[in-house]
Design a protein around this ligand. Structure first.
Ligand code: SAM
Length: 257
C-alpha cells in the first residue's frame, strides 16, 4: 500500500488526540531508546521527543512516502524502512510506541508477544489501534466492495477484523509477566468539510481499495460509497459530520505499571 501523508493529516487533530492520551499513560521516567513503530509522517514522534528529550529516537515504517515526510519533520531522529512483522532493533528499546499502526498487521497472537520480547528489561510496549471495524463506515465499505463490477479486484483486499477484543491482548501478555493496562475510548468526532467520513477513510482504510481501481471504476465506487456514508453519517446544520470512533489502548510493562 502507498500512503498519502497530506490526506492522512487532513484530520490531524482528531488523529493526534489518542496518540497523546496513549503517551500520557506510559510510566517511564527516562527511557534511553524509543522506537516509534509505524511512525507514519512523524506527526507524533516530536511529542515523544518533547517528553523525553534525552532519548534516542527511531521511527520505523514500511512506507517510503511516510518516512520521507517524517525525515523532513524531525531530521534528528533515525528513520528506518522495515516491516514491523519482521523488524528487530539493533539495541533493545525501553519503549516501543505504536500508535494507529499495528491494526495494519495480521496475526496479533504472534506479533504482540514478539514485540514485548524485543524490549529492554523494564521496558514498555504502548499501542493504540482503531476498533471500529463493525461501524457503518466499514461495513458499508466492505459491502459495496464485495458487490459490484469491482468485486474481483477488491475482494482480495478486504481484511477480516484485524483487532481483537481487549481481553485477547490481556491473555496474550499477562502470561509473559507483563503488567497490563488496557482501555477503550469512543470519540464522538465532529469532522469538518464535505464528504467528511469518506475523506477521513481515504487517508487510511479506503486508500488501498481506491488505489486498486482504474479511474472510471474508482470514481463510481467513491460516489456510491459517499452516498451510503452520507446516509449513515448525515452532515449537520452546523456543517459538522459526527463520526463516532472507538479505539483500543494498551500499555504493557515488564515492571509494575
Ligand atoms: C495510520 S498511520 C499511523 C501513523 C502515526 N503512527 C500516527 O500515530 O499518526 C499507519 C502507519 O503504519 C505503517 N504500517 C502499516 N503496516 C506496516 C508494517 N507492516 N510495518 C511497518 N509499518 C507499517 C503505515 O505505513 C503507516 O505509516
Amino acid at each position: 500500500m502507498t500512503w498519502n501523508p497530506r490526506q492522512y493529516l487532513r484530520y490531524g487533530d482528531q488523529r493526534l488526540r489518542p496518540a497523546l492520551e496513549l503517551l500520557a499513560r506510559i510510566p517511564l521516567e527516562a527511557p534511553a531508546g524509543i522506537v516509534d513503530l509505524g511512525c507514519g509522517p512523524g506527526n507524533v514522534t516530536p511529542y515523544l521527543q518533547a517528553r523525553w528529550p534525552e532519548a534516542r529516537l527511531t521511527g520505523v515504517d514500511s512506507s517510503a512516502e511516510m518516512l520521507e515526510a517524517a525525515g523532513a519533520a524531525l531530521p534528528g531522529a533515525a528513520w528506518i524502512q522495515a516491516d514491523a512483522a519482521a523488524w528487530r532493533p539493533e539495541t533493545p528499546p525501553d519503549l516501543i510506541y505504536a500508535n494507529a499502526s499495528l491494526h495494519w498487521l495480521d496475526d496479533h497472537a504472534a506479533l504482540f508477544p514478539r514485540l514485548f520480547g524485543l524490549l529492554a528489561p523494564g521496558g514498555v510496549l504502548a499501542v493504540q489501534m482503531p476498533r471500529n471495524f463493525q461501524a457503518p463506515s466499514h461495513t458499508e465499505m466492505r459491502a459495496l466492495a464485495a458487490n459490484g463490477p469491482w468485486r474481483d479486484r477488491l475482494a482480495p483486499l478486504l481484511r477480516p477484523d484485524p483487532v481483537a477484543a481487549p481481553a485477547f491482548y490481556w491473555d496474550l501478555l499477562r502470561p509473559l509477566g507483563a503488567a497490563v493496562d488496557i482501555w477503550e475510548t469512543e470519540y464522538l468526532q465532529g469532522l469538518r468539510g464535505e464528504d467528511a467520513v469518506l475523506q477521513w477513510m481515504l487517508g487510511t482504510s479506503l486508500k488501498p481499495l481506491a488505489d486498486a481501481l482504474p479511474p472510471d471504476q474508482r470514481a463510481l465506487f467513491l460516489e456510491r460509497l459517499g452516498a451510503r456514508l452520507a446516509l449513515a453519517y448525515p452532515r449537520r446544520n452546523d456543517g459538522l459530520t459526527l463520526y463516532p470512533f472507538r479505539r483500543l489502548f494498551l500499555v504493557a510493562g515488564q515492571d509494575r505499571l
